[in-house]
Ligand binder design. Structure first.
Ligand SMILES: [Zn+2]
Length: 68
């Protein structure tokens, strides 16, 4: 994957909060407590040259809510 700004080859990195091991997820959920949460992990890429960060859902299709 190349940087959108400068075309440098981007490297993969981890995006997380303060707590060690805290993964970042995209979630989606219908209203109602009985519904299970849809979740996709997020891949993070950073450009070593300009610092541009790109996030990419590893499984974006999982976030689609199926309405009846
Ligand atoms: Zn760049």
């Amino acid at each position: 994957m190349e940087c959108l700004r400068c075309n440098e080859k981007m490297i993969q990195a981890n995006l997380r909060g303060d707590a060690v091991g805290t993964a970042v997820y995209l979630t989606n959920k219908k209203k109602g407590i009985l519904e299970t949460e849809k979740r996709s992990t997020v891949g993070c890429y950073v450009c070593p040259k300009c610092g541009y960060v790109e996030l990419n859902a590893d499984n974006a299709k999982k976030l689609i809510l199926d309405f009846d």
